[in-house]
Design a binder for this molecule. Sequence first.
Ligand SMILES: [Zn+2]
Length: 115
Amino acid sequence: MVARMTGITVPYVLQHTLQISPWLHLYDPHFTGLLLHSCDPLVFLDMNKLEIWALQDIEKGDALTMDYASTEDILYRQFPCACGSDNCRGWITGRKERINEQGRRYLQNLERKCG
Ligand SMILES: [Zn+2]
């Protein structure tokens, strides 16, 4: 275990909230809310126990990353990803939402560039 999470709970999604349940979100603009996304993340967030667990060895100086789709049904904002991992999805959505029009265009352009 890396850390325990804290923050205040709110009934809506903000840019730096993490989903506890569909109706409850943890707002922490200082630490957990600022974890960066990676499709091959260093940590996993247990939103039931509010604990952060390492998924890989973490070296001093590594930026802690998580997979936003592992906690969020619907993201505050979908976005392109260039995390560089072999399993990078290219466009990040929540786990219960479809890729939006902007994402479809982005991924089409990416396929054209990569062949
Ligand atoms: Zn990625």
